[in-house]
Design a protein around this ligand. Structure first.
Ligand SMILES: Nc1ncnc2c1ncn2[C@@H]1O[C@H](COP(=O)(O)OP(=O)(O)OP(=O)(O)O)[C@@H](O)[C@H]1O
Length: 609
């Protein structure tokens, strides 16, 4: 059996078996091997409609409800039915559009698992891999049955570019294409791919083709549905399976919040991590890349290891980080959920949009003269953090679609800028029958801007967004609880936290960012070939190494006994008491182990070819 995670019980449709769906036996065999016993609700509804009625499908179903298989299974089954046991000629039959490279990779991996027993009958090409034109041409000439791509990449292939002719021939495609999927369709649109999609539809002359479409998302507004329906579908079946499912899941996911000032977020995260208040793996979201490094460097001073994931890192590193996180190599992943690319909430009146800096746009904001000095400075800081945006990957996204495994807690260090994105972020935990918590820091409006270095533009609207989040969750019968802790403990740690925070200067952050980038580029490009040949070496390559961009203050790494809250203090009268910072001993042993391993570090022994 594969070690792939299975969907949460609440999504599974016990009344239907995979056998009753009469899928091709080669696929049924693969499904068995994945350990999937019954289809999920969205699968049991969508598959017969797609396979037997050949209907177009528009599906709105919760995160983690198995939407990927709901469109992949009918597509694979139909191609296999057409090919039978052999196919003399390969043809491009399906294009799966995704918003991000992370998702592209995930769909690719999943499709390959489903095709395990099909030999080379159906080939899949993941276009998020950076192939050069010659290699790409060779791959495309082999006519892989399924292309997984962002709309922009696909458009380049059919339109050609300044320096190259189109790599895909439109009339061939018009002849062969049978399926189009838009996965996480609303995100595809909010990533600015609408224009690309329009051009693709026009170039392919889609309305004249006999193509079956699948439009999938967890959050799909009626407006989007109407627009897409007209452009892509012919009499689609619309399946909406969200909200009741979320409600059923309410015992598994507990949502907390803490109202705080901006600086106290750093104090809180220090306490939560250093006092081990959350058990298990944490996926922490910040709203821009600079924040991620600031937090990493801040935590590093207390000996708290973390790993960074953002759009600036090369795609190979990003995929490797997600893979290692899923294999439990890291306890804390700091992911940048770049709010400038996030969509606005479509909640009717009071709807908000976000601008380049992640600042929610409102009429009031647009017209207001920004004459508040502190606000100007914060704007400058926040803008600076985005100046490298051109170098970052537009096709990056982790709050949507990515199947992070075993996340015990989603921690919104920075609150998202829309309630919709909140739903997507918290959907990364309490998956696959596991329970989880979501904890969100909400900045009090009155405190916003009072501490310039820790301030973030998007936090100015935290209370407004939070009200919307509460409202949306309440409609689903869910609640957000205040996270209870003793506020007096904050003050005893304030001095150390301020000290550590001061060391994380703008220069330190810039240096850390460059250092990590260089490290990751080296990892990504030069070592790619080495790792292809020696996959076992990948295990040694960790992404949570200290960046050491700040002055080291070793006294900060452990908490003196007198600062610990009652109950965590070492009981010197009791010889069996295990003190809070017992890890020191293990760390030594661990250190030895690492020393031994270091000899094998491919970064140190690798010779470029
Ligand atoms: N029938 C099934 N039985 C058990 N597990 C399943 C089944 N179908 C899919 N899964 C598993 O459920 C998990 C979630 O599936 P998937 O990623 O397709 O969900 P999703 O609806 O696309 O979620 P998101 O919107 O978060 O991307 C995956 O780990 C997948 O392997």
């Amino acid at each position: 059996m594969s070690n792939i995670k299975v969907a949460d019980d609440i999504y599974v449709d016990d009344a239907v078996t995979f056998d009753s769906l009469n899928l091709d036996p080669r696929i049924s065999q693969a499904i068995k091997q994945l350990g999937f016993k019954n289809p999920t609700l969205i699968q049991s509804k969508a598959i017969p409609l797609a396979v037997e009625d050949k209907s177009d499908i528009i599906a709105k179903a919760s995160t983690g409800s198995g939407k990927t298989a709901a469109y992949l299974l009918p597509i694979l089954h139909s191609i296999l039915q057409e090919y039978g046991s052999s196919s003399s000629t390969h043809e491009i039959k399906a294009v799966i559009f995704v918003p991000t490279r992370e998702l592209s990779n995930q769909v690719n991996e999943f499709a390959k698992l489903l095709l395990k027993f099909c030999g080379n009958l159906i080939n899949v090409l993941n276009l998020s891999n950076n192939y050069n034109n010659q290699v790409l041409k060779t791959f495309l000439d082999a006519k892989p049955e399924i292309l997984i791509t962002t709309p922009n990449k696909f458009l380049k292939l059919i339109e050609g570019q300044e320096d190259s002719d189109p790599l895909l021939n439109i009339s061939d495609l018009q002849e062969s294409l049978r399926f189009i999927t838009l996965d996480e369709v609303d995100l595809i649109l909010s990533y600015g791919y609408q224009e690309d999609l329009n051009k693709i539809v026009e170039l392919l002359n889609l309305s004249k083709l006999n193509v079956q479409t699948f439009l999938m998302s967890a959050t799909l507004t009626d407006d989007i549905t109407v627009t897409l329906k007209e452009t892509f579908c012919k009499n689609p079946k619309i399946l909406k399976l969200n909200d009741e499912q979320v409600v059923k899941n309410k015992d598994k996911l507990i949502q907390y919040y803490i109202k705080t000032s901006e600086f106290d977020k750093f104090l809180l995260i220090f306490i939560i991590l250093k006092l081990n208040l959350i058990k298990g793996k944490i996926l922490l979201f910040v709203n821009n890349i600079e924040r991620g490094y600031r937090l990493k460097l801040f935590l590093e001073q207390f000996g708290v290891k973390s790993c960074i994931l953002n759009s600036e890192l090369p795609i190979n590193s990003r995929l490797h980080i997600i893979d290692q996180y899923n294999k439990n190599y890291y306890n804390l992943l700091i992911a940048t959920d770049d709010v400038s690319s996030l969509e606005a909430d479509n909640e009717g009146p009071g709807e908000i949009e976000v601008n380049q800096n992640g600042e929610p746009k409102t009429e009031e904001h647009e017209s207001k003269k920004e004459n508040d000095i502190s606000e100007k400075q914060i704007t400058k800081n926040n803008t600076k953090s985005n100046t490298n945006k051109s170098k970052s990957d537009k096709e990056f996204g982790v709050s949507r679609g990515v199947d992070f495994k075993n996340v015990a807690c989603v921690l919104n260090f920075d609150l998202p800028t829309t309630s919709k994105n909140y739903i997507h972020r918290i959907g990364r935990t309490a998956r696959a029958n596991k329970s989880g918590i979501a904890l969100s820091f909400v900045v009090n409006s009155k405190d916003w801007g009072s501490h310039r270095q820790s301030s973030l533009l998007t936090a100015k609207k935290d209370e407004k967004i939070f009200a919307r989040i509460l409202n949306k969750q309440q409609k689903l019968g869910l609640e957000l609880l205040p996270y209870k802790f003793n506020k007096n403990h904050l003050d005893s740690f304030r001095y150390r936290v301020e000290d550590a925070f001061r060391s994380v200067t703008g220069t330190a952050i810039r240096e850390a960012r460059i250092k990590e980038l260089k490290q990751e580029i080296l990892t990504s490009d030069k070592l790619k070939r080495h790792f292809e040949e020696n996959p076992q070496d990948l295990q040694i390559l960790r992404h949570d190494k200290d960046l050491h961009a700040t002055r080291t203050q070793s006294h900060l790494k452990s908490i003196p006994n007198y600062l610990l809250p009652e109950g965590m203090k070492a009981d010197t009268t009791n010889p069996t008491f295990v003190p809070f910072n017992k890890v020191q001993k293990n760390r030594k042993r661990h250190g030895k182990k690492m020393k031994k391993r270091r000899g094998k570090d491919p970064l140190k022994t690798f010779k470029s070819r």
